[in-house]
Write a new protein. Structure first.
Length: 459
């Protein structure tokens, strides 16, 4: 039974419990640290979050919160003001559940934790290679890790497909699987690109789902390209898009749809597919999680897989094994739908591999994984936005959002400045991972300075 959407505090606590449970058992952090660094904002009101202005400690957000951990069940329960939220591990990832004793009946979430031994893709480049100033590269990473309040945990830099820099904040290492947030949307685009390459989907097809094929159903005109451009036009509440206030998590007494899919323990694909059409598809870019989740629903339905255990391995078989990016943990809802729009864990090197695939325009070790037309589509500004900042689940720098990067740069973007940047003109990939509350301390200015230095270092 899902958390009621009208109980906004319970939704926020359940979401925080899920984040804390994943952080504890995937990344190896203490639950209290996860709350302080990554999760306490989920159940806090805008008024409570105002206390953080001026650099106040996030400790204030833990006031009145009771934390219960059950090591045997690998669960976390949070209670505040009479509301409660619980999550527990199911295989390699966490699910929102009614109680710690709830036994999930979906396929276990996969987490292989493979060895890096023999990982020839990451053999370091010659530090004396012409055209690379290693001193500048090192200085850029020194700046990136200089302020511990910014909570940068990992950085990997590739140039011409070779590793030229890699650094981690203690106690983390190259084996750590980090929170990635909405960078997973770009992974969703890549998975759909694989299905497109195999001829299983077309960008311009409509009538995507059985639920939308009824006579006169306005949703029947929504095309796959609209989903990938975040322009489906579905009525889906949110406040996490460009120019919106992320401190707002409820409207008209209901937890926002955009985050309810994470927090409630609902059938996320069914919840999204059941929403009515609000505006003309393709007319406006709106950052809403219904679109990537519905793209994943289409992926699952078109893959030909029938049972949950087979679906659970779909991303590996379709893409990740091919790239050798086997450290991904793609968490699901309680019925097995991938919450790829925000609940994914991976190593920095996994993201670097995915970025290198895009830098190589879909070619990987002599094999075509993405077609040129799909790559072009994903990197073309979506219609319906005054600023050319969004493509096919990719953030674009056509409008100069990142002044430290050239206009051809694009990136996978996640909360708290999780970022995997691709710079084609510099043959450069930069992965930066950290905890969400670190963004409070002028992190964006640091990132732009670091990007500029790295681009100069490889020119």
């Amino acid at each position: 039974m899902a958390v009621e959407q009208t109980d906004w505090r319970a939704c926020g606590l359940a979401w925080a419990a899920k984040i804390a449970c994943s952080g504890r058992y995937i990344t190896g952090r203490a639950v209290r640290d996860v709350l302080l660094e990554s999760a306490a904002w989920t159940y806090s009101t805008p008024e409570e979050l105002k206390q953080l202005r001026g650099g106040a400690s996030t400790e204030c957000l833990l006031a009145g919160v009771e934390v219960q951990e059950n090591e045997a069940l690998r669960s976390v329960t949070l209670t505040k003001d009479g509301s409660t939220g619980t999550a527990r591990m199911h295989g390699g990832g966490a699910l929102v559940v009614d109680t710690a004793a709830t036994e999930p009946d979906c396929a276990p979430i996969r987490n292989h934790r493979p060895e890096w031994e023999g990982d020839d893709f990451f053999e370091p480049a010659d530090t004396h290679s012409p055209g690379i100033s290693q001193a500048q590269v090192d200085a850029a990473l020194d700046e990136l890790f200089a302020d511990p309040r910014q909570m940068t945990n990992a950085c990997v830099v590739l140039h011409q497909g070779r590793l030229i820099a890699e650094r981690y904040r203690a106690p983390y290492s190259r084996d750590t699987q980090f929170e990635s947030w909405s960078m997973g949307k770009s992974l969703a685009a890549t998975l759909l690109g694989r299905l497109h390459q195999q001829g299983q989907v077309d960008l311009d097809e409509d009538g995507l789902f059985d639920e939308w094929r009824g006579a006169g159903d306005a949703r029947g005109t929504i095309r796959l390209r609209h989903l990938l451009n975040m322009s489906s036009g579905l009525a889906f509440s949110g406040s996490f898009g460009r120019g919106e206030d992320t401190a707002v998590k409820a409207r008209d007494g209901r937890f926002l749809d955009h985050i309810y899919v994470y927090a409630s323990g609902c059938d996320s694909y069914g919840f999204c597919a059941g929403k009515p059409r609000e505006i003309e598809p393709g007319s406006q870019v709106r950052y809403r999680n219904c679109d990537p989740l519905l793209a994943m629903k289409l992926l699952v339905e078109r893959s030909g897989d029938a049972d949950g255990a087979t679906i659970a391995t779909l991303p590996e078989r379709l893409l990740l094994n091919e790239l050798g990016a086997r450290g991904f943990v793609l968490e699901t809802d309680p019925v097995g739908g991938f919450l790829i729009s925000g609940h994914d864990y991976a190593r920095a090197r996994d993201w670097a591999r995915l970025a290198q695939l895009w830098l190589q325009r879909g070619s990987w070790r002599g094999k075509r994984l993405l077609e040129d037309d799909f790559v072009d589509f994903a990197l073309t500004p979506a219609p319906g936005s005054e600023v050319p900042y969004y493509g096919g689940f990719m953030r674009l720098n056509r409008g100069g959002d990142a002044p430290g990067l050239p206009p051809d740069a694009y990136w996978y973007s996640g909360g708290g400045s999780q970022r995997t940047v691709v710079v084609p003109s510099k043959d450069l990939v930069v992965v930066r991972l950290g905890h969400i509350f670190g963004a409070r301390f002028k992190l964006e200015a640091t990132l732009q300075s670091v990007y500029a230095q790295l681009c100069e270092a490889v020119s």
